[in-house]
Design a protein around this ligand. Structure first.
Ligand code: SAH
Ligand code: SF4
Ligand code: F3S
Length: 462
């Protein structure tokens, strides 16, 4: 009998990937994904610890799930409740203490052991408080060696995790603590997984990692040298069926020459790069331990555009980092004007316990942060709008990966990650189709198939 599995995912692409892999490891036990927690046999919260009050939000979600779990038990059933991801890693023991009805707490490094944990949890009497399992170590054997082959959902686009953890220790960030030390998957494993995905119909692969361009392949026994992400991208591009390659999230300090050259040489590598800069002030960048200056970033953007003239950048920004003055913030605005971003995420600085910045002097008052954020977002929003409007009339290849709101409509992504919808294209799900962009809406574009448009025009003139 199939059992209902509900996974709620928060945070970054790594968690999206991890959730998919948790579903894969649980499938042989008879678990099939469902959307909501109602009547589920297992619920997993895959959590993120990057924002303020992340743990509190998990506890309130758990409070709601507790009622679902009780209802299921009153009806004679059983709901296994698990907390995974970065809050679990950081605050696992606290979760079991404050929410004793949680059955399993597991970190991002141990989900390959989930079937075993589920079996153990099932042997414990239901709702026996304090019987929850905690598994948040950083095991020596990498979990990737224990995972089944990925299942593709047939949407034509998939994430492939190639790197985990981070050794950069930006002073505001929890990731080095929740995800541990930097680890690169061996090239042969990555390429095997890419081939399986391509064989299953995937056309676009996004290579992911917390610090993805720190990826490096070990020198091989046969004498092959150390290789970096640029080399890996070339190999992925050689796999039959792969039409698009992306990678995220990158650190500016790890953009080496070969990776930049890959943007010139590999046509499948999309002309869009998410390259977080965080601040435009050298003083703040140094306090953040970002290992580059604002001018390094400007120079890098320039080099990338020389390699690939149609390349566009997106970024992450933090406003109100401790000690940030009006002058520092002005420098961020000046970098934004100089570089130009077609998309960006910007955040108010939020102190994360245990990180060096949380203890720094000069914490910026909330109203100042709010004002700076509004100013920054205004400028970034204008840059995004201008780019979207400039796309009208252009032909952009779009990979359709979602149904649209109306019958016959599909939604896909342009090379620049803009959502684009088109009507009357239902048969082209999972394909890359050239669309002539007709309209720029606030957060998306609409288009018509360029080939269809030509055919129709031809029909009229014939
Ligand atoms: N690995 C990526 C980012 C990981 S976190 C990188 O190196 O850039 C995603 C984004 O969240 C960061 O880029 C940063 O802008 C934001 N962020 C992380 N910690 C934060 C904090 N303490 N306060 C505010 N924003 C934060
Ligand atoms: Fe966090 Fe910095 Fe590592 Fe990115 S590079 S994950 S911001 S420590
Ligand atoms: Fe969040 Fe963990 Fe990703 S803290 S951003 S889910 S690495």
């Amino acid at each position: 009998m199939t059992k209902k599995l509900c996974i709620k995912t928060y945070g970054c692409q790594m968690n999206v990937y991890d959730s998919a892999r948790m579903a894969d490891v649980l499938a042989p036990l008879g678990y099939a994904p469902v959307d909501g927690p109602e009547d589920a046999d297992m619920v997993i919260l895959n959590t993120c610890h990057i924002r303020e009050k992340a743990a509190e939000k998990v506890f309130s979600e758990l409070g709601r799930l507790r009622h679902e779990k009780a209802r299921k038990e009153e009806a004679g059933g059983r709901m296994v409740l698990a907390v995974a991801g970065c809050v679990a890693q950081a605050e696992g023991a606290e979760i079991l203490r404050r929410a004793p009805y949680v059955d399993i707490v597991l970190g991002p490094h141990t989900y390959h052991r989930l079937p075993e944990m589920v079996a153990r949890a099932a042997r414990v009497a239901p709702s026996r408080p304090g019987a929850g399992l905690l598994d948040t170590e950083f095991p020596v054997e990498p979990k990737f060696d224990h995972l089944p082959s990925p299942s593709s959902d047939g949407t034509g686009s998939a994430f492939l995790s190639i790197q985990e953890g981070c050794d950069k220790f930006c002073t505001f960030c929890v990731v080095p603590y929740t995800r541990g030390a930097e680890y690169s998957r061996p090239p042969s494993d990555v390429l095997d997984e890419a081939r399986i995905l391509a064989g299953g119909g995937v056309r676009e692969i996004t290579l992911i990692g917390q610090n993805v361009n720190a990826w490096h392949g070990e020198p091989t026994k046969g004498g092959g040298g150390d290789w970096g992400l640029g080399g890996l991208i070339r190999e992925v591009a050689a796999i039959e069926g792969i039409e698009r390659i992306r990678y995220t999230t990158s650190h500016p300090a790890d953009m080496d020459e070969d990776l930049i050259a890959a943007h010139r040489d590999v046509p499948q590598l999309m002309p869009f790069l998410h390259l977080p800069v965080q601040s435009g002030s050298d003083r703040i960048l140094a306090a953040m331990n970002r290992r580059h200056t604002a001018d390094d970033y400007r120079a890098l953007a320039e080099k990338l555009r020389i390699a690939r003239p149609d390349l566009a950048l997106s970024s992450d920004f933090i406003v109100g980092f401790p000690g940030e003055t009006d002058a520092d913030f002005e420098e961020t605005l000046s970098l934004v004007r100089d570089v130009g971003f077609i998309q960006a995420y910007s955040f108010k600085y939020s102190p994360r316990p245990g990180t060096p910045a949380a203890m720094m002097e000069g914490q910026v008052p909330e109203p100042v942060m709010a004002e700076r954020l509004a100013t920054l977002q205004e400028i970034l929003g204008r840059q995004q709008d201008a780019f979207n409007r400039a796309c009208v009339g252009r032909v952009l290849p779009v990979l359709f990966d979602r149904p649209g709101r109306h019958p016959g409509q599909l939604v896909g992504r342009s090379p620049y990650m803009q959502p684009v919808h088109a009507d009357g294209v239902a048969s082209r799900y999972g394909e890359v189709v050239d669309l002539k962009i007709a309209e720029a809406l606030p957060n998306s574009l609409s288009g018509v198939p360029a080939d269809g448009a030509e055919a129709a025009a031809g029909g009229v003139s014939a």
